[in-house]
Design a binder for this molecule. Structure first.
Ligand SMILES: *Cc1c(COP(=O)(O)O)cnc(C)c1O
Length: 396
């Protein structure tokens, strides 16, 4: 089918939640994708941070083939070997103790909200259920996670929101401290806000949240749906900041492209999830966990975190060379979660980049955001930068 034919069929039969999607991508290899008309693009969006290993990585393809031919699904009424192996691999590489698997980032955050509330109730603090979240956050699209997402545009039309969430500005410790009451049970924060505009924490902010949680007996939850899996350079984002959360959620690049989410927690907190309290039919099924295991192994064995730091720094250096000639404010982010912050609206620039063969998206109107595969090379960065420069010249 051609792009036009796919678009016509999709427009007729699929709900219009994504607007005009412009491209129909049909094939991928490494950091490149091709559309239905055969046009090639360098993919610096990486399926919104999902394709950490690029497209169709041989280890991912092999794991899918092998596991699909062996066992795809059995339910969580039975022990699942690849699920246990994936859990051990993750736990061996972090400071948390146990896992729960689900299918998406929103579902991982739902699990975290439930676990935090349950743990605090189990402590006898039955009136404590409020969770403090940050303005410009993004935690998902279910009712609880849009409520947790402190951005009015995600609430509009879906009111009433759920009770039990309190919003404070991001990166503002005094505001958090002022919001804490006897009703508070947890603080939920993204170490770096990605959807919200690639907002990074000031020195001491995350450590300050840790201190407040320790002082007031609150659960510290890091939403690492986007920052985990070496995107910031360390396997988990918290390791880049030296601040250990009590609960951590992940999804996006955990499965190398197959849908999987997960929650990690300290043992004393995880113990509040007893049989009957939480479940997911598909969560951590043999297929997705075998693929996620191959993905995480590859990230660790090939030291892709180190590459993310190197390539991220190189991308920043190259783009900053354009700063004097174009309305560029700064580069923000860490590793390969980064954004070119413009002093003018960046939507036209993002569209022009696609026209010129580079997929990147505009976030928060002023930020051209990059979430490329973790295994890109300097040549890929050079190619991206030359397309960005050409696109800048053509739009501003
Ligand atoms: C994408 C994202 C989510 C939601 O994940 P889904 O898989 O779309 O439900 C939650 N939190 C953060 C930080 C994200 O980037």
């Amino acid at each position: 089918m051609t792009t036009a034919e796919i678009k016509e069929m999709a427009t007729a039969y699929i709900m219009n939640t994504y607007g005009d999607r412009k491209l129909a991508l049909v094939r991928g290899e490494g950091p490149y994708v091709w559309d239905a008309d055969g046009v090639k693009y360098l993919d610096f969006l990486g399926g919104i941070a999902v394709n950490g290993l690029g497209h169709c990585h041989p280890n991912v393809v092999a794991a899918i083939r092998e596991q699909a031919a062996k066992l795809i699904h059995v339910s969580n009424l039975y022990y699942i070997e690849p699920q246990a192996k994936l859990a051990k691999l993750l736990i061996d590489n972090c400071d948390l103790d146990q896992c729960f698997f689900c299918n998406s980032g929103a579902e991982a955050n739902e699990a975290a909200i439930k676990l935090a509330r349950k743990y605090i109730k189990d402590q006898g603090r039955t009136g404590a259920y409020e969770i403090i979240t940050m303005e410009n956050s993004f935690h998902g699209r279910t009712m609880a996670t849009i409520t947790a997402t402190a951005q009015p545009k995600y609430h509009k039309g879906f009111e009433p929101m759920l009770p039990g969430f309190q919003y404070v500005p991001y990166d503002d410790l005094p505001a958090v401290e002022a919001a804490i009451s006897e009703k508070t049970c947890a603080i939920l924060v993204e170490p770096i806000q990605s959807e919200g505009g690639v907002n990074t924490p000031s020195e001491g902010y995350l450590a300050g949240l840790r201190e407040l949680c320790d002082k007031h007996n609150l659960v510290l939850v890091f939403d690492e749906v986007q920052t985990a899996m070496a995107r910031l350079g360390t396997l988990f984002g918290y390791q880049s900041y030296g601040v250990v959360p009590d609960i951590l959620t992940m999804a996006k690049s955990l499965g190398g492209g197959v849908p999987i989410g997960g929650m990690l927690a300290k043992k004393h907190i995880a113990d509040s999830f007893v049989p009957g309290t939480h479940a997911a039919t598909f969560g951590g099924n043999p297929l997705v966990t075998a693929v996620a295991y191959a993905t995480v192994r590859t990230i660790i064995d090939e030291k892709l975190g180190e590459n993310a730091i190197k390539m991220g720094a190189y991308l920043v250096d190259q783009l900053m060379k354009l700063k004097d000639r174009y309305p560029i404010k700064e580069m923000r982010g860490k590793g390969l979660l980064c954004g070119l912050v413009m002093s003018i609206d960046a939507n036209a620039l993002a569209a022009k980049c696609i026209e010129n063969g580079l997929i990147a998206i505009c976030t928060n109107n002023y930020v051209l955001r990059f979430l490329p595969p973790l295994n890109i090379t300097a040549a890929h960065v050079d190619e991206a930068v030359s397309i960005i420069e050409k696109s800048l010249a053509e739009t501003v």
